[in-house]
Write a new protein. Sequence first.
Length: 462
Amino acid sequence: MKELFSREQLSWIFNQDVNYGASDVCVDSRNVKPGDIFFALRGEKTDGHNFIDAALANGAALTVSEKPRDDDRTILVESSADALVKLAKYNISRTKTHCIGVTGSVGKTTTRNMIYHLLANAKKNLKTYVSRKNFNSQIGLPVCAATMPVDTDIAVFEMGMSAVGEIKKLLDIVSPHVSVITSICETHLEFFDSVFAIAKAKSEIFETAIPQKVAIIPGDSPYTDFLRNKAQCCHVENVFSFGSENKTDARIISYDFKGDIIDVKADILGQQVTYDLRCHNISGVIDSAAALLAAHLECGVPVGELAESLATFTTPSGRGNITYIDNRDIVLLDDSYNACPTSLRSAIISMAQKYKDRRKILVVGDMGELGPDSVRFHENISPTIDKFEIDQVFACGELSQYLFVNLREAKKGCWSENSRELAEKVLENIKNGDCVLVKGSNSMNMKYIVDFFKQYHNRIAA
């Protein structure tokens, strides 16, 4: 087991005698592995201090606690969260890593992973690193920063936020040389009074102590000019845009669905390239322009060479993954990780364009964190469903009921209170040859329907 931090290093960081080193960092006792250092964090619903014994039983070498304990494995601190940040900043300080920061309302994880994929496959023997899963918060990012290998050449970090000032706090840990904003839309309106306020909060990513080399912003957005001006005010050296408009620096010229593959033609800084992309949602096509631009500007590998590797890129789980239920010729589109009006419309349009010859079924759950206009946002989805000829809709959740009742009668499958109740009803109504799109906010557990669907048909096939 390779040691990540020695006991001498930990003793210096926390200014106390520490008896053991640590091989990894963990904040969830259920995921602790032998040799980990477990941080007992206080949350809104749980307190990690209640799980210290469980972490030790799972093999934790050390625990970081705000409460004294009578053992030789406890690092006593005033704030476990601050201690985690301290460890992360120490780890970053001992590297010469160039960091790329990715934020945005939607598309963060896909774009982050795409940039990493491009860099990892570049023929320059770069030692690359990407933040874990969806670890982009005030807790998640420090965990990723603390565990990044010290010999990393380029790291890609995802930066999320739900309040003003949160991204700026993350910059105190990781200072990007290149920043990417994927999009600005209505996500998190529960915490902001306008989409423009969201744009301002996202633009904090430019506010690094040392001016950034590059900022990459969406060129098709109503907030493009604001983001460009903000980046320039923060003395970012170069500001580039991406999208489908002629004025953008990284532009999608065209795309064509060919089975599971989208054939893309793009212009990146004046160089035209074509490449294959495996994803369901056309938003991923736009994101690929930003990813190519970021990877090219950071590592210097020609765009054409980088683009070749996109053919092997895999979309992150729950963000448009395609599964074929062969025994019934059904296409299942798993876009269950999250949803907002912008991403839901994009997913609907993508399904309509790609699967014109199949009956198209939408299985949708509530879209959360949309604030006082939540009902209106749900009601306003029905015109998109009509325009793009979705054949039938199954919905669950209190808010999705407003979407459902606003549909034409012929399109109404059924509505249920939750995803567990809806799953059986969806299965009862699906026909051979259908294309089924599952989407909703993470809190609705729409993944249950995806898994239920797969398990049921796997049993039938067996």
